[in-house]
Design a protein around this ligand. Sequence first.
Ligand code: WT7
Length: 639
Amino acid sequence: MTSSFRINNYDDYRKAWQKSVADPEGFWESVADTFTWRKKWDKVLEWDFRKPDVKWFINGKLNITENCLDRHLSANGDTTAIIWESNDPAEPSQHISYALLHQQVCCFAQALRGMGVKKGDRVCIYMGMIPQLPVALLACARIGAIHSVIFGGFSARSIADRVQDAQAGYVITCDGAFRGAKDIALKSLVDEALVTCPSVKKVIVCKRTHTPVSMIGGRDVWWDDLLSEINKDEAVKVPAEEMDAEDPLFILYTSGSTGKPKGVVHTCGGYMVYTTYSFVNVFQYNPGDIFFCTADIGWITGHTYIVYGTLCAGASVLMFEGIPTWPDAGRMWDIVDKHKVNVLYTAPTAIRSLMAYGTAPLQGKDLSSLKVLGTVGEPINEEAWHWYDEHIGMGRCPITDTWWQTETGGIMIANIAGITPSQPGYATLPLPGVQPVIVDEKGTVQEGNEVSGNLCIRFPWPSIIRTTYGDHERCRSAYFAAYDNMYFTGDGCYRDEKGFYRITGRVDDVLNVSGHRIGTAEVENAINSHTGVLESAVVGYPHDIKGQGIYAYVIVDAHTDTSDENCKNINATVAGIIGPIARPDVIQFVKGLPKTRSGKIMRRILRKIAEGETKNLGDTTTLLDPLVVDDIISGRQLP
Ligand code: WT7
C-alpha cells in the first residue's frame, strides 16, 4: 500500500523532489491515490498565500480513521498497532492489535455520539499517556468532532484559555496522571478550569491513578460507565462520519511571539497524506518494525508520529507513559531492549539529560535491535549527536534530524534515514513537496549556497496550517505577512556549500525549553500579574540540558522585596498561570530595562547579558538611559 511512494535510494529521492516541484499536483495525487477515499477529489490544489487560502484534494471525501484502522483489518488485524509501556516498570505492558484498537475506537465513538457529540463540535482532551488517549483522539476523528489536546503539564488557567478559545462543549480527562515519581491530579485541574468555561456540557473521566475526584452530577461521567452501555458488535458496524478533505481534523494550541497561544488548525485529507508519506520515508519504516516515539501526544510530534501518520501506515508504535530518567536513567534503554525497538525517535534534550549519567545506565542493555534513530524539537549539538551515534546507535544506525513545526503538520527538512547523507547539526535536505527559501530582513531571496537568513517555504504542502482557530487574520499576520507569497517559519537558517540546511533557532521571541515552545510575552504577562511586579522582560540563554533556559529581568515596586523567597513566589505564579514548564530558571531584579526612546525593550542586550557577555553589547547609544545597562550587568545572576 505504501510501497508505491517509498524512496529506496538517493536517485529516488532526487527524482521525487524534482517531480514534486515540477508537477506538485501530479506528485501528491499519486500519493493520495494509495489511501482509502469515499470519493476522490475533483481538483488537487487551490491556493493563495496572501489570504491565506489553501485547499488540497478539493471535494475529496474520507474518514482518516478508516485509513488508520479499517483498511488494515483484513490483512493485518492481528498486527500490533500500539504497544503501551507504563510509568511503572513492574506494570505489564499492553499490546493492542489493529482489530482491538478499531473496536475500542468504534465503541468510544458510539459513546460520544450517545452523549450528543456531533461533527464539528470541539472536544478538549487533557489526559496522561495511557492507551485511552489515542482512542479518544481517533474516536473524535471517527465522528468528525474536532479534538484539541492539551498537554498534561499545563495549568488550570491554560486549560481554561484553550477551552474558551475553542468554545469546547466536551472535555475528556483522567482522575490523574503518573509522571516519574509524581502523580498529577488532572481532574481537579479541569474542575478548577471549568469554573470559567460555561460552554462545557459534559466531562468524561478515565480512571488511572485512583486519586479521589469529585464528580459533578449531570456533567461528569466515568469513561467505563459510558462504555458499559455500548454493544461492541453493534458499534463496529456503525459507519464512520464522511468528512470533506478540508474539514478540520484537530486544533492544537502553540505559542507565538505575542499574545495567547494560537489554535493551529489541521484538516483531514492533506494532513493524512503528508504525515503518512513523511513517516514511511524519513524513518524508512518496514512492516513489522517497532517504532518508539518518546513524545507526548499533547504535542504535534505525538499527534503525527504516534497516532495519525504511524497508524495510517499500519505501523506498530510504542507509547510510553513515563519519563526517561525514572526510576533510573536506564529506563529508555530497558524499553528498547524489552520490546526490541527498531526505530527510536526522541528529542535532543532527552539525549543530553541521559548523556549526563554517562554510560553506566547502558550496561547490560541490548540495543542491537535498533536500525534508525531520529531527533526532533530543537537543533542538536554535535556532542549529543555523537553520543547518540556511538552509544545508542553503536555507529551503525543512521540518525535523522527532523525539522518541522506544529504548523507544518509533518517533517519538512530531514535526511532520509540511510538514503540521503546526514551531517551532525544539520536537518540537511527538504522532503519532496517542500521548497525552502532563505530570505534576508527585507524579503530578498538568498540564492545559491553558503547563505543564511530567515527560513520560508514558497509553495504549499498538503499538511500546511489552514487557519488559527477563530481568528484567520492572526494566521495571516503571523505566517504569511512577513514575506510576500511565502510561509514564514520563524526560524533562522544556514544553507552550506553542499546545499544542506542547518536550522539555527528562532528569530522571533519564542523560546525552546526542553523542546517545549514558550512565548516570552506569555511568561512576561504571567510574571507581571504577580503582586508588586511593575514590569518584566524574558529572554532565553544557552542551557546544557534544556537547550534554552528562561532568564527573567523583573522590576518590582518599592514595597516589594527582592528576596529568594519572592523569586520562588513569582515562579509559583508562572507555574499556576501557564504550567511548570514555563517557570523561569533565573530571576534578576532590576531597577530599569534597556529601552529605546520609543519605549521598545532592547532584548538583544538582555540576551547577551544573560549569556554572560558583559563587554561587546553592541550599540547602546540609542538607549533612553544607557546607565541601566551597567546596573543590570553588575546584578547579573549566575544560572
Ligand atoms: C520549532 C517548532 C516539530 C515537532 C516538535 C516541535 C524547533 C523543531 C527542529 C530541528 C532545529 C528544530 C524550531 C521550530 N525545531 N525541530 N530538527 N532542528 N530546530 O514543534 O513546538 O511547533 O516547535 O522547534 O525552532 O520552529 P513546535
